[in-house]
Design a binder for this molecule. Structure first.
Ligand SMILES: [Zn+2]
Ligand SMILES: [Zn+2]
Length: 278
């Protein structure tokens, strides 16, 4: 698998001098599978640049689009994803059961006079909801993808990709340490993952004021990664107020905590435009 981050930021895009390193765009990942197919996760503002990349390659776009949930920061970029305006594009959508509603509402949510000059029905691309992940798993060539419900207001899904012996888990907008879902379920889902990408929106001292907002602090995420024997943890969904220097500080702090535990867990923070190979 090749994983590229097109958007790493949580809640709202924050372009500017303070977010040059880790990026200001909201959630979007591009995952190249071993069989040659492509899976995109979420349509945050990062998906706009991905669309431009597709345009430069001049090949027909034939992709899977998995949507974790339809909060604004995860779908807002869809109407600016240029391949949706081409009849040669095919997009198979899966993920949270409300995902088509979210993509549709990024064009017109019937509030005021709508959001966008054209309607969802006018898009030229073939966009189909395949609806596998809410009750089963998705098999794409030799890659298996399954899901777990998120602890997040209005719900959502986290995803696990398995290719041979390699496992990638993506869990964003997930509040660990709440009673809704047992911590042990997440440990089982992440067990021995090669890479776990997890929302670490808060510092531990910030979490008590934001209980129930649907995000985790880095200490809970470290506990999950250690308990599940994860090999590499990637901190994700950086809070909009977190400058590059703050993300670096948080990462170093996490690495120090891990050293004290004498663990080999690798830790890094997700950077826009960076690539991980698995
Ligand atoms: Zn979010
Ligand atoms: Zn959310």
């Amino acid at each position: 698998m090749k994983i590229k981050f097109w958007g790493t930021r949580g809640s709202i895009p924050v372009p500017g001098k303070d977010t040059i390193v880790y990026g200001g765009n909201t959630t979007c990942l591009e995952i190249d599978l071993i069989g040659g197919k492509k899976v995109i996760i979420d349509a945050g503002t990062g998906i706009r640049s991905l669309g431009r990349e597709f345009e430069s390659q001049k090949e027909d776009v034939d992709i899977y689009l998995l949507i974790t949930h339809i909060h604004w920061d995860h779908i807002f970029g869809f109407s600016f994803f240029s391949p949706i305006y081409k009849s040669s594009t095919r997009i198979l959508v899966d993920g949270d059961k409300s995902c088509m509603k979210g993509l549709r509402y990024s064009f017109d949510n019937k509030m005021g006079d709508g959001f966008f000059p054209i309607r969802f029905e006018e898009l030229k691309a073939d966009i189909q909801f395949i609806n596998k992940l809410s009750h089963s798993y998705l098999e794409i060539d030799s890659t298996f993808i399954d899901s777990i419900p998120l602890c997040h207001p209005q719900g959502g899904f986290g995803f696990r990709f398995r290719e041979g012996t390699k496992t990638l888990v993506f869990l964003t907008d997930n509040e660990l340490d709440v009673k809704k879902r047992s911590f042990s379920d997440y440990i089982a889902f992440c067990q021995e993952a090669d890479i776990l990408i997890h929302d670490s929106h808060y510092r531990p001292e910030e979490i008590s004021e934001h209980r129930g907002w649907g995000h985790s602090d880095y200490q809970s995420v470290l506990d999950l990664a250690l308990s599940a024997d994860v090999k590499k943890l990637v901190l994700f969904h950086h809070a909009p107020e977190r400058k590059d220097s703050d993300v670096i500080k948080m990462t170093i702090l996490c690495q120090d905590l891990i050293k004290q535990k004498k663990s080999n867990l690798e830790i890094e923070a997700a950077k826009e435009n960076s690539i991980l190979i698995l």
